[in-house]
Structures are given as structure tokens and as C-alpha cells.
Design a protein. Structure first.
Length: 479
């Protein structure tokens, strides 16, 4: 009973250029064995020396990945089609040019890699030929780029447009104390070149956007996201899906981390996992919620590991899996992710064919509109200072947490955002109310809440106590 086997383009040289071949068998394993009897040159592409199926080859029966069926024991009938989906069509296709050579110094430097059969000379040349783009030279971008540079990834691109801030040093190990005030990219280049002068560091000093993402990503084999905001995350995902690039995802907050590899050609994408972003303000950023300094080290190192595995084509990448790390419990959990056939970008009938406005999609104001404030609902620190100096009778409310209040405060009564629903009656509703938090996000939520509960005059202090410390009173500690 012949079964149709679909052969992908890169493997057709081994099947006399045929795109479908018939093979006999009652299970996927038997069909593949028959296929190899007829086309023995396929053998090394499908199986390793020890007879195990290559982890970068996926086999589908009709629409189903056999990993979710009975693997090689999956039964087949004559109406079925077996498809071979190798990583060349679904993973990283690093073009190792034949003239890639390692110098004597490099052979010595990478000696501990060369000793591992899974890397060896071939793998080390693949690493040298590979181009990885790291988005953000911050907490995650630091260990990612440092380990990639040390491992000998030939070209590392970094996108960032920030300068090093004193609050970065607790976790962003690319930068040191002397770098405060300096461009993160300059500082990163110096650190990475110090680790390995053989690697090419390409710096892209710009804000990643729908306008530049596709062009930027096109020059790289793997995209590693080290940012902590939702617009960038959806942007990176969609650009990777549209360009068929693997996206190594990592995220961190407080004591929790997540890692995955999204590759829409052989698994789900980020939108399959989270079709829509949380409403703005619901999930705090690291700047708002804090992050344990060592956590990005752990998660970023795992991202570097996945990027290296993708380049080498070794092992099982975290495609279709989401790893959750809880640092307080020291627990790793692994969740299975499924591709969503209704996903708007990688599904069967995608509705997104080009990059969209991600700030709008995530309900976030783009950072440039900070100066234009809504006079009805917002107030700047300068305006507040002028009104206080004038002696206006205002009720200023702080909605941060007590441990933040302890670090710095401007003498305003404290009701943490979470306690507001049961304590808002403590607020004098006859006065004009100005609410502040650290950066203005939590206070915006608090202001909305009070308005919904009948408070007439409520304004959010744009930029929060951060802006107050920066622009009005430097004696208020910045944290
Ligand atoms: Zn998807």
C-alpha cells in the first residue's frame, strides 16, 4: 500500500528532484525506512549515526506533527500524506561558506567547544558564520550577547538607543560604573570586543519600529528579544513570522522568568500563546515592578543557549514549549504550546500580512507624546510645583507601596493602588486630587478608578516621583 511522502526542496537533490515519492509501510517509521531503501542519500539528513531521528527534522502525517501522535509508530493509510519538514525549511539556515576558517588563536580559544562532538569544528564554523540580533543591551541582552560573543558567534547585532543609568548596574552586566551616562551600545561594544575580538559587533542605535524591523531582521539568522515591553514583543514576533526567522523569547519580572523559542514554521508564535496584550498598566515593567538582579542572568543565559542550539542544529529547541522559572521556589515548569490555527499572523488564514502600529495595538502611548499632556486629567511636575508655590489647596495622593514610600516620598498620604477600592473614602473629595506613583502608570489607573467612583477633579502626575526627583527636587532619592 503506497503512501505519498512529500519531500521538501532542500532534500530533493537526493530524490532525483522529485517533490513526492511513494513508499510502503503501515506506520510512519516503516514508510521512512522504505523511503531510505529507495533513496539512501537521505539517511544522514533524517537520522543521526546512532539511529535517532534528527531533532531538526519534523514529520507530519497530513496536518499533524507525529510528535503529538504516536511518533514513528503513528499508523498510516493509503490516503495519508507524510511530509518531511527539516530545519532547513524551519530552523536556522546558517550559510556556512566554505572559506570560513578558524585561526590558530580561535582553535585554541574554542578548544572546549571543539572537544564536544555536537559542536566540533563544523559547529564552531557554523557559529562563526551565524548572525544573531539581540534586541536591547539591558538585563537580558547582557548575558545573551556576552555568552554569544564568548561562544564565537561571528556577527552580533544589538539594537538599543538608551544610555547607561545608575539603576541599570544592578543587573546589566555589559555595563560598569564608569559607563553611566554613556551610550549603551558603545559600552556593549567595548565589553564584547574585550571578551572576544574575533566577533563583529554591529550596533543599531535606533528605536525598533514597524518602519525598520523587517529590514533590520532580514540580515540576521536568529532574533533574540531582551526587551520588557509588549509593543516590542508583538513587533518582534510578527516580523519574525513574516520573515521566517526564529525568535528566542525571554521575559522577567521580580522573581519570575519565561523562556521560549517561537518559530511559526514548525510551532506556535507568541500570538498563539498571547493573542492580545494585557491592558496597559496591568502588568508592571521591571522599572515599575522591580526585578531581582540575578534573574536576567539566568533567563538571558537560557536564551543564549537556545540561540546557540538553533545555530548548531543540535538538540531540541524550545519550540512549542514555554519554560517558567520561579526563583523563590527554585522551580522550572514546562508548558506545551500549540499553534493556534486561528492565529492572526501564523494561522491558517492570517489577517496580518505586514507590521502594524504596536503602540496602538497595546494601548500604549508612544514615548514621544510625553510632553503633550491632557490638561483635564494630567498635570506635569512643573505645573504641580507652580501650583503648590502659589498655595493652591490640593490633595496629593501617593499610590505606591510602603517599601517604596520608605525609599523616597514627597510627604503625600499613602494608599497603595491595591488598597484603593476599600480605602478611597479616606480621600477628601471636596479638593482637587493629584495622584502620583513612581512613573505615572499606576497613578493613571488610580485616577481612572476615582473618576469612576464619582470624584470630579482628579489629575495624574505625569512621570511620577521619578520626574519630581529629576526635574524639581534632586534631594528626593531616585530609585
Ligand atoms: Zn501564531
Amino acid at each position: 500500500m503506497p503512501i505519498k511522502v512529500f519531500i521538501p526542496t532542500p532534500l530533493r537533490p537526493f530524490t532525483e528532484k522529485r517533490d513526492t515519492v511513494e513508499a510502503e509501510g503501515a506506520t510512519v517509521g516503516e514508510v521512512l525506512q522504505d523511503l531510505l531503501r529507495k533513496h539512501s542519500q537521505l539517511q544522514p539528513h533524517l537520522y543521526s549515526e546512532n539511529g535517532a531521528m534528527r531533532s531538526y527534522v519534523n514529520i507530519y502525517v497530513n496536518d499533524e506533527d507525529i510528535r503529538y501522535l504516536s511518533k514513528e509508530k503513528t499508523p498510516v493509510k493509503s490516503s495519508d500524506t507524510v511530509s518531511i519538514i527539516p530545519s532547513i525549511a524551519g530552523g536556522v539556515d546558517v550559510a556556512v561558506e566554505t572559506d570560513i576558517q578558524l585561526s590558530k588563536e580561535e582553535l585554541l580559544r574554542y578548544s572546549r567547544h571543539l572537544l564536544i562532538p555536537e559542536v566540533g569544528l563544523t559547529g564552531q564554523k557554523k557559529l562563526k558564520a551565524a548572525k544573531v540580533l539581540v534586541i536591547g543591551a539591558g538585563g537580558l541582552g547582557s548575558p545573551v550577547s556576552m555568552y554569544l560573543a564568548a561562544a564565537g558567534v561571528g556577527t552580533i547585532g544589538i539594537v538599543d538607543f538608551d544610555v547607561v543609568d545608575a539603576t541599570n548596574l544592578q543587573r546589566q552586566i555589559l555595563h560598569s560604573t564608569n559607563d553611566v551616562g554613556r551610550s549603551k551600545l558603545e559600552s556593549a561594544r567595548e565589553t564584547l570586543k574585550g571578551i572576544n575580538p574575533n566577533v563583529v559587533i554591529k550596533t543599531h542605535e535606533e528605536r525598533l519600529s514597524s518602519e525598520n524591523a523587517l529590514e533590520l531582521f532580514a540580515g540576521y539568522d536568529v532574533i533574540v528579544d531582551g526587551t520588557d515591553n509588549f509593543p516590542t514583543r508583538y513587533l518582534v514576533n510578527d516580523a519574525c513570522v513574516l520573515l521566517n526567522k526564529p525568535y528566542v523569547y525571554g521575559s522577567i519580572l521580580r522573581f519570575d522568568g519565561q523562556v521560549s523559542v517561537f518559530d511559526a514554521r514548525r510551532g506556535p508564535c507568541y500570538r498563539c500563546l498571547y493573542p492580545t496584550p494585557p491592558p496597559p498598566g496591568l502588568v508592571p515593567s521591571c522599572a515599575e515592578g522591580g526585578v531581582l538582579g540575578v534573574l536576567p542572568g539566568i533567563i538571558g543565559t537560557l536564551q543564549a543557549l537556545e540561540a546557540i542550539k538553533l545555530i548548531l542544529g543540535e538538540g531540541e529547541p524550545l519550540v512549542g514549549k514555554l519554560v517558567l522559572f520561579d526563583a523563590l521556589k527554585f522551580s522550572f515548569r514546562e508548558l506545551k504550546l500549540r499553534r493556534d490555527p486561528n492565529c492572526p499572523v501564523c494561522g491558517d488564514n492570517p489577517t496580518i500580512h505586514e507590521l502594524i502600529d504596536y503602540d496602538q495595538f497595546c494601548g500604549v502611548k508612544p514615548p514621544t507624546v510625553e510632553e503633550t499632556i491632557d490638561e483635564e486629567t494630567e498635570i506635569t511636575v512643573e505645573q504641580l510645583k507652580a501650583r503648590l508655590d502659589r498655595g493652591d489647596d490640593l490633595f496629593i495622593l501617593d499610590v505606591r507601596e510602603p517599601h517604596e514610600y520608605e525609599i523616597a516620598n514627597i510627604g503625600a498620604p499613602l494608599i497603595p493602588l491595591g488598597e484603593l477600592p476599600k480605602r478611597f473614602r479616606e480621600i477628601d473629595s471636596s479638593k482637587e486630587i493629584i495622584i502620583h506613583c513612581k512613573s505615572g502608570r499606576r497613578s493613571a489607573l488610580a485616577a481612572d478608578f476615582l473618576r469612576k467612583n464619582g470624584f470630579k477633579s482628579v489629575k495624574n502626575l505625569v512621570g511620577g516621583i521619578d520626574a519630581w526627583s529629576e526635574r524639581i527636587d534632586p534631594n528626593v532619592p531616585h530609585y
